[in-house]
Write a protein that binds this ligand. Structure first.
Ligand SMILES: [Zn+2]
Length: 301
């Protein structure tokens, strides 16, 4: 089973994205569907699935229909797009009683490859909205390549920008005898949640370098035997979670209180108790996260 937000079934390519005429034709096709977003949350049906609309409706409900981004083609060749409908729901509410639901709760409910399509859309729409101006000269940017490229409109500059991804290492540290794992909680995490240590990678680092730095910074431990476990796109707003296991060289934690609110070792039995109880001092992270799946993978051996 792919992790939530991964396993995107749509196909796209740069050949297609850079063909403006073809993209316009695709938008108007009868089988073309658009996923509307309002403040980066997707439109949903009453049953909690994504609520797709045709081009004719996009023109009625979106403040800028031309801002639709191309997501790709389905297996049978139907085009899929996403559209940010703008800052007002006035036209939307005339058209439908369907609403917009927080993306995390939609993803938790669906938890399959549909979430990957919506994650791709959310990350790109947010990237475009956050990069209205050229970072080199300050002129406005225009959108091209179906949403995957921004071009500075200043002809003497012409800088191009491409969507960025922020890699994050998620580190499941185990003791040398593999009987305990190290879990913690950052200050910005909800109370009670325990999860593997995590941190943004920095320029010039390999995944292993980033893991060694983060673990030393947060709990003062050297670690060894780093193994890649899996990865997951994380559309809040645009990260790539790189899940790895590592073995601690010693058990002695030196908690860095500036970095973490809490960290400690947990046995499999302790994790099982936490997993099986609905109320308690500690809880697992949300089930859509790779952290949750790494903890379960270790717990279940
Ligand atoms: Zn520029």
């Amino acid at each position: 089973m792919p992790l939530p937000f991964s396993g995107n079934p749509l196909f796209s390519s740069d050949d297609l994205r850079q063909d403006e005429i073809e993209l316009k034709k695709l938008k108007c096709r009868k089988d073309a569907l658009f996923l509307p977003y309002f403040k980066y949350d997707p439109a949903t049906t009453e049953s909690g699935d994504f609520f797709w609309i045709p081009w004719s409706t996009v023109q009625s409900v979106a403040s800028n229909p031309d801002g639709a981004i191309f997501l790709g083609l389905t297996e049978d060749g139907s085009p899929r797009f996403a559209i940010d409908i703008g800052d007002s729901l006035e036209y939307w509410n005339h058209f439908t009683s369907s609403g917009f639901q927080g993306f995390r709760s939609v993803a938790a409910h669906l938890a399959d490859a549909r979430t990957a399509i919506a994650a791709q859309a959310r990350s790109i729409l947010k990237w475009i909205a956050d990069h209205l101006f050229c970072s080199r000269c300050g002129f406005s940017n225009s959108v091209s390549f179906g949403g995957y490229r921004l071009e500075c409109t200043n002809s003497t500059c012409g800088a191009l920008s491409f969507p960025r991804i922020d890699p994050v290492v998620i580190i499941m540290i185990t003791s040398r005898d593999n009987r305990k794992c190290l879990l913690g909680r950052g200050h910005n995490y909800p109370e009670k949640i325990i999860s593997p240590l995590a941190g943004f990678m920095e320029p010039g680092e390999s995944i292993e370098d980033a893991i060694q730095r983060e673990v030393r910074e947060e709990v003062g431990l050297p670690c060894a035997d780093i193994r890649f476990w899996g990865n997951q796109p994380w559309p809040f707003p645009s990260s790539l979670m790189l899940g790895c296991f590592a073995t601690a060289v010693t058990d002695q934690i030196q908690l860095n209180h500036a970095e973490l609110a809490f960290a400690d070792w947990f046995t499999r039995t302790e994790l099982e108790q936490i997993f099986n109880q609905s109320e308690g001092d500690r809880i697992f992270p949300e089930a859509i996260s790779i952290s949750y799946h790494m903890m379960r993978a270790w717990m279940e051996g």
